[in-house]
Design a protein around this ligand. Structure first.
Ligand code: HEC
Length: 230
């Protein structure tokens, strides 16, 4: 056998192995996932997002929010995401069945948003933050998105949708800031971000009372039963 053949087989083998490990194996493990029935919510999970939130997803994507925000809560013990209050449970593949493209994000210049809809359900808070993050977080370094809003002269009466801005953030006298459809859509998307449904592979952690009960009963002390009840 000459060297060329050995080199070729070596390279081919390395590529084939990594293709098998990184593409075929995950596809076999989770490629066939489908929505599952979850008793606690009485429906299948995940539930597709409402229409306006789908639209908002594109705005999120177009504005590159995922450059600074992740949407993935790591399991307890891997970075303290649940301790920070970013989620009740870890994020799993099931949460993203309807998501293409997936905007998991890779850098965290801002907080994780996987559960922002649970953490901050207030629409006005989100709108004000998008118009100018420093309205709600005075030292924020997040960019402002004023083009999602319209600055217009106040007509006969101020619009009921105008943002209640005051001080340095308010527009000049006689003008008001009104959210465009894009801003409403983006907020609808943010409010739809909640991975709170308990799943078989990602159950909710036991509440403090449950943990107490577990540690009191001696047969659970070994931890074996706690495993089995997952
Ligand atoms: C350059 C980085 C950057 C980009 C891009 C960015 N953000 Fe942020 N974001 C931050 C930082 C930093 C914070 C934390 C400070 C603060 O509260 O404003 C934050 C905070 C937030 C919060 C509050 C989270 C919480 O837990 O209180 C929301 C909601 C948010 N961003 C949404 C968005 C959306 C939507 C976009 C895209 C339109 C976006 N961000 C783009 C950096 C960014």
């Amino acid at each position: 056998m000459n060297n060329g053949l050995i080199i070729f087989l070596g390279i081919f083998g390395a590529l084939a192995l990594s293709w098998y490990g990184m593409i075929v194996t995950p596809q076999m493990q989770i490629g066939g996932q489908e929505p599952v029935m979850v008793e606690q919510i009485g429906s299948r999970y995940p539930v597709p997002r409402p229409g306006l939130a789908w639209e908002g997803r594109e705005i999120y994507r177009a504005n590159g929010c995922y450059y600074c925000h992740t949407q993935q809560v790591r399991p307890p013990g891997f970075g303290g995401d649940t301790e920070r209050g970013w989620g009740i449970r870890q994020t799993v593949a099931q949460d993203f069945l309807y998501e293409t493209p997936l905007m998991l994000g890779s850098r965290r210049l801002g907080p994780d948003l996987a559960n922002i809809g649970l953490r901050q359900p207030d629409v006005l808070w989100h709108l004000m933050r998008l118009y100018d993050p420093q309205v709600v977080a005075p030292r924020s370094t997040m960019p402002a998105y004023p083009y999602l809003f319209e600055k217009r002269p106040i007509g006969k009466a101020p619009s009921p949708n105008a943002l209640p801005l005051d001080g340095a953030h308010a527009p000049e006298a006689g003008y008001e800031i009104v959210p465009r459809r894009e801003a409403h859509a983006l907020v609808a998307y943010l409010l739809s971000l909640k991975a709170d449904v308990p799943l078989f592979e990602a159950p909710h952690p036991p509440s403090p009372e449950e943990e107490e009960e577990d540690s009191e009963s001696p047969e659970n002390a070994s931890g074996e039963n706690a495993q089995a009840s997952l």
